[in-house]
Design a protein around this ligand. Structure first.
Ligand code: PHE
Length: 341
């Protein structure tokens, strides 16, 4: 009878302690005091073996009952504390919409990407479609189909990166390859532009890198003549340099895949106020041999093509003197020249 009373008092006392327990840590402390390796109930259970069988049965039943009751109380208290904790978090973590915004540093678009996007938007507004072509090309697309003679200097290893283990394959030296790739898939009328990386074994200096970007344009429609070429490219230069009076001149030149061929120069005023003619792109009327290669009747369809060195345009527009600035990822440069979305 004495033991029964002891267990009741024991259980009651700990139940009160559990009720008073205010956080998960104190609850865990109590659990260890009672049921841990050296906890009170654990030790009592170990002592049972020393008792006589009758007493062991009686004490065992009481002890188990106390353990079960306290274990249940521990679980109940745990649930209550968790609910209280959640309610408290919901109360304290409310969103104060009146707080001032935290300073926010967002990324910017690289100047170079922005320029390409702007040029694409300009030409897409004129009905041009953008296409892509591979950077690893074969001699057929890079030279033969574009009417390059077998002795043309651009073919020499000196200018072109040939692939060592793939005879006849190379890193494209210009985006004019995309003219051929398009004409094999699509019949005129068409207007396309294509931007991408091209490779030439140029020396690395302030204005040359072995990899640079070109933007290729091709217009093929019945009735297209050199006046369309001049109008289209003059308007483009004036738009790009944001100067409606910009002087643009067409200078005779040579490309195997256009006839006649022309370099396009702009009258550029540098920071010292000096005016200079600067070449900004190559262009010309598509050579009949190129059309023939792609089974297009040169008597019916005519057109023009142009190729723009994108780095050069970016450098001129933003007054950059070193092409390598575009690729260095210098955070200060990126912060300064980065563009909004
Ligand atoms: N592919 C020429 C170059 O790399 C540029 C060009 C393209 C010229 C289209 C005329 C027509 O220099």
């Amino acid at each position: 009878m004495t033991e029964t009373l002891d267990f009741q008092i024991f259980t009651q006392t700990w139940k009160i302690a559990l009720q008073d327990c205010a956080d998960a840590q104190s609850l865990e402390d109590i659990r260890l005091q009672l049921l841990g390796k050296t906890g009170l109930i654990t030790l009592q259970l170990k002592e049972l073996g020393k008792l006589s069988p009758d007493l062991r049965r009686e004490q065992g039943a009481l002890l188990n009952a106390a353990r079960d009751e306290l274990t249940q109380c521990l679980a109940n208290r745990k649930v209550v504390l968790e609910q209280q904790g959640l309610a408290e978090r919901l109360r304290s973590e409310t969103l104060d919409v009146t707080l001032p915004a935290r300073p926010h540093k967002s990324g910017k678009i690289h100047l170079f990407t922005k320029v390409i996007q702007d040029i694409h938007t300009y030409f897409c507004d004129l009905g041009f479609q953008t296409i892509e072509g591979p950077e690893v090309e074969d001699e057929h697309h890079n030279f033969d189909a574009l009417n390059f003679q077998s002795h043309h200097p651009a073919r020499h290893e000196h200018d072109t990166f040939y692939l060592k283990d793939m005879p006849g394959w190379l890193l494209r030296t210009h985006t004019s390859t995309t003219q051929i790739r398009t004409l094999k898939l699509q019949q005129p009328p068409l207007r396309i532009i294509s931007t991408g990386r091209v490779y030439r074994s140029d020396d690395l200096d302030a204005t040359h890198t072995p990899m640079f970007h070109q933007l290729e344009g091709l217009v093929l429609e019945p009735g297209i003549h050199i006046g369309h070429l001049k109008g289209c490219l003059t308007d483009f230069c004036r738009h790009f340099f944001n100067n409606k009076d910009l002087q643009v001149r067409f200078r005779p030149s040579f490309f195997p895949f256009t006839e006649p061929s022309m370099e396009v120069d702009i009258l550029y005023t540098n920071t010292k106020g000096e005016k200079k003619w600067l070449e900004v792109l190559g262009s010309g009327m598509v050579h009949p041999n190129v059309l023939r290669h792609c089974s297009i009747d040169a008597e019916v369809v005519q057109g023009f093509a142009f190729g723009i060195g994108v780095e050069r345009l970016v450098m001129l527009k933003y007054g950059l003197t070193d092409i390598r600035q575009l690729y260095h990822s210098d955070q200060r440069w990126l912060d300064h020249y980065g563009q909004g979305c």
